[in-house]
Design a protein around this ligand. Structure first.
Ligand code: FE
Length: 251
């Protein structure tokens, strides 16, 4: 039985997510950006959280850790490399670690200072601020090749994998994506859908790996039209990625 997921907004543009395994009754919170909306989601669903899966240490992803731990006596899991910076952490994970939510297997993928959590049976992954809908994370704590290698791992997940991300950044990402991939009809169509969703203040997430592969320029380093647009027909994939990331920083 696949997991059930509740997604909601926190702070200004952060997503909060609850993941519930109906068979065991266990529930994980993916990052803890803000206590009140998380408590509201717990109340709305009736799901009692048993753990927090932390993706990275930034304040907008861990602020409610201690308050939720105090209230629910839950277990906090996060990346080994950032354990000193994650409030209340009980257990660390790294590339290849495996966790369980009931019988549901959770595989850990190390992604550019973060960890992403992949549930292969339910075909869902939580990529926080590494892979966004139509974008990728800013390189605060890593160099372009590290982010490129991380995104390559996520791009290799099955196309039907549903992706939840850390922020609602899709509209700005769509405008940038069109600037480097202006002839991509799937992208143009998606950008129009995103504009309409945001006019109604609706979330643009989740997405899927398949949709990102066809429209997200940060996963399209191999694409001939993008390469031509950038004048980088013969460059290596990582170089094309770095150029796209640089352009986004200056967009
Ligand atoms: Fe963030």
């Amino acid at each position: 039985m696949p997991v059930e997921i509740e997604q909601f907004m926190c702070r200004t543009d952060n997503f909060g997510v609850l993941v519930h395994d109906p068979k065991s009754g266990q529930t994980a919170i993916i990052d803890a950006p803000e206590e009140a909306p998380i408590l509201a989601a717990i109340k709305r669903t009736g799901w009692t959280p048993t753990m927090i899966l932390t993706t990275h240490h930034h304040m907008d992803h861990v602020e409610a850790n201690l308050a939720l731990k105090e209230r629910f006596k839950l277990r906090i899991v996060g990346p080994e490399a950032e354990k000193a910076k994650i409030p209340g952490i009980d257990e660390t994970v790294e590339e290849g670690s495996v966790l369980h939510l009931g019988d549901e297997r959770i595989e850990v993928i190390a992604t550019a200072g973060h960890v992403s959590y992949h549930l292969p049976e339910s075909k869902v992954a939580f990529t926080a601020d590494t892979l966004f809908a139509l974008g990728c994370g800013r390189l605060f704590e890593c160099k372009p090749p590290v982010m490129y290698e991380s995104l390559k791992k996520l791009a290799a997940l099955p196309a039907e994998t549903t992706i939840y991300c850390g922020h609602e950044y899709t509209l700005a990402n769509a405008r940038f994506a069109l600037s480097v991939d202006p002839t991509n009809s799937a992208l143009k169509e998606r950008a129009a859908r995103i504009e309409a969703l945001r006019v109604d203040n609706k979330p643009t997430l989740p997405t899927t790996i398949g949709e990102e592969l066809s429209t997200n320029p940060f996963l399209r380093w191999h694409d001939p039209a993008i390469r031509k647009h950038l004048g980088m027909e013969r460059a290596g994939d990582a170089e094309v990625f770095a150029e796209i990331r640089k352009r986004k920083d200056n967009f």
